[in-house]
Design a protein around this ligand. Structure first.
Ligand code: UDP
Length: 488
């Protein structure tokens, strides 16, 4: 096809193993898979990863390429294939960025990307493919072409195991108020049905043509962006129940190959004023408030959150997505009143750099998997406010299994369906935030656990750590598979 283009096509060395990395159309997938591609190339000189994305998604993974003076020797290539024509405006190719109707259109049309993906794999015939598990059909394409294929999951072993169990229960779930997942190690997992990801209620979800693949068990392996130190029992269980190899290589955000510039520009052009603002704050004095790359809140909830943060009396750095939204949520005179202790970032914040800053004491998070990995790796205790997808399951892991986080609010109906969740009142937000920021308060054990866990998780990514050795095992298995394919 003339629609695909090779960007950054330096370093063409035919002796290298070309590994295609194919992320889903969401920043929470593009970012970790790009980090993972970086890790692959940093850990083996003969592996040449290529990020395979649609044109509208290149900007989320190239921002650090252009400016960091690394572009000349940057080893990860980028190849584009056309986004399916589904009547969206050009460049609207990422879920969670624009209107919610656009996001659901992108989700629904994802399987229409298959022909473009198939064409590019047939044309370039890479030595291996690592595909987002959101594109399961790529395993079948790779199997037909005789190319070793691995799945990459941007979520952890615990949520994957829970979701698999829930999918087995399927529509029966809807008959109850709570779901109990049995058969897993650790404490019994019981959750309100309202807090479960909505797709688990879909009849025959896994049998849908776009999800079903004969290759689910044929794939060579499963790469999970997690770390044994965070969820050991669940990693073991995942390994036991998984037909193929499992590799726990995360958090991929803790990467030796990222310099400070890359950290700031990761996932988009970061707003750097907030780092200077943090420099002027006392150590351990600020709560970082961010809800990921998507935009979830209605104005009424933003208003309550603004008032809650003000009433908490704490320093806060708050990232608001949806810059094109009007400021109707903002209480009158609010910005002036909070000016000396609060900062609002509209747009993209350099989250990794913020979490690593000495001024940060706590993180109010929506529990997106990447955010919780980044929070735990930084040793920052988390206050949880899950909103959608598998975020309540992630919260369950952090709060009830690991103990490095506390729930912001449980006083009313919480739900993955925005229309059903109750407004979280300002007074509750204010109380929860101010209590959580106290050094010796009721949450001191949570703070302590978070600090300990940070050390454990960072050491997993260091030399001799569990994630590093899983990555080495992955690389050597992959090279063996590619070699035996070449010898056939
Ligand atoms: N992120 C960021 N700046 C922002 C918002 C998000 O760097 O202003 C990054 C964050 O560090 C994480 C990713 O975007 O790597 C969000 O992924 P997550 O799984 O936490 O949530 P999602 O966006 O998928 O809901």
């Amino acid at each position: 096809s003339s629609n695909d283009t090779l960007i950054n096509s330096n370093n063409v060395n035919m002796k290298k193993w070309r590994v295609f990395v194919i992320p889903y159309f969401a920043r929470g997938h593009l970012i970790p898979m790009k980090d993972f591609a970086d890790l692959l190339s940093a850990n083996h000189p003969d592996i040449e990863p290529t990020m395979v994305v649609t044109p509208g998604n290149t900007k989320f993974i190239t921002s650090s390429l252009g400016k960091s003076n690394r572009s000349m020797q940057y080893p990860v290539q980028i190849l584009t294939y056309p986004f399916p024509l589904i009547g969206l405006k050009p460049d609207v190719e990422t879920v969670g960025i624009g209107k919610s109707t656009e996001s659901s259109a992108i989700d629904k049309a994802a399987h229409m990307a298959r022909p473009g993906q198939e064409q590019i794999l047939q044309k370039y015939k890479p030595d291996a493919v690592i595909t987002d598990v959101m594109f399961p059909w790529i395993a079948a394409i790779a199997a037909d072409l005789g190319i070793p294929c691995l799945f990459f999951a941007s979520t952890g072993a615990f949520p994957i195991l829970i979701i698999r169990s829930l999918l087995k229960m399927g529509v029966y779930l809807g008959l109850h108020d709570h779901a109990t997942v049995s058969g897993l190690p650790g404490p019994e997992i019981r959750m309100p049905v309202l807090e479960l990801p909505t797709f688990v209620f879909e009849d025959n979800y896994m049998q849908k043509p776009e999800r079903a693949t004969k290759s689910w068990t044929d794939v060579f392996g499963f790469v999970v962006n997690t770390c044994r130190g965070l969820e050991l029992e669940y990693c073991n269980e995942f390994e036991k129940t998984q037909a193929s190899q499992a590799y726990f290589v995360g958090p991929v955000s803790v990467s030796c190959s990222m310099n400070q510039h890359d950290v700031i520009e990761r996932g988009g052009e970061g707003e750097t004023n907030c780092l200077r603002w943090l420099d002027n704050k006392e150590e351990q004095s600020v709560i970082f408030v961010s809800f990921g790359s998507q935009c979830y809140f209605k104005s009424a909830q933003l208003h309550e959150l603004a008032m809650g943060l003000e009433e908490s009396g704490q320093n806060f750095l708050w990232v608001i997505r949806g810059v094109d939204q009007s400021d109707e949520w903002m209480p009158e005179g609010w910005e002036e009143r909070i000016a000396d202790r609060g900062l609002v970032v509209r747009g993209w914040a350099p989250q990794l750099a913020i979490l690593a800053h000495a001024a940060i004491r706590a993180f109010l998070t929506h529990c997106g998997w990447n955010s919780i990995l980044e929070g735990t790796a930084a040793g920052v205790p988390m206050l949880t406010w899950p909103l959608a997808f598998e975020q309540f399951i992630n919260e369950k892991l952090l709060v009830d299994v690991v103990g490095c986080a506390a729930r912001l609010w449980e006083g009313g109906k919480r739900s993955t369906r925005e229309t059903e969740s109750e407004l979280v009142p300002r007074t509750e937000i204010a109380h929860a935030v101010s209590r959580f920021m106290e050094p010796e308060g009721e949450n001191s054990s949570v703070h302590c656990k978070a600090r300990e866990l940070g050390v454990v998780i960072r050491s997993a990514m260091a030399e001799g750590g569990s994630s590093t050795s899983d990555l080495s095992r992955l690389i050597s298995d992959l090279i063996n598979a590619m070699q035996s394919k070449t010898c056939q």
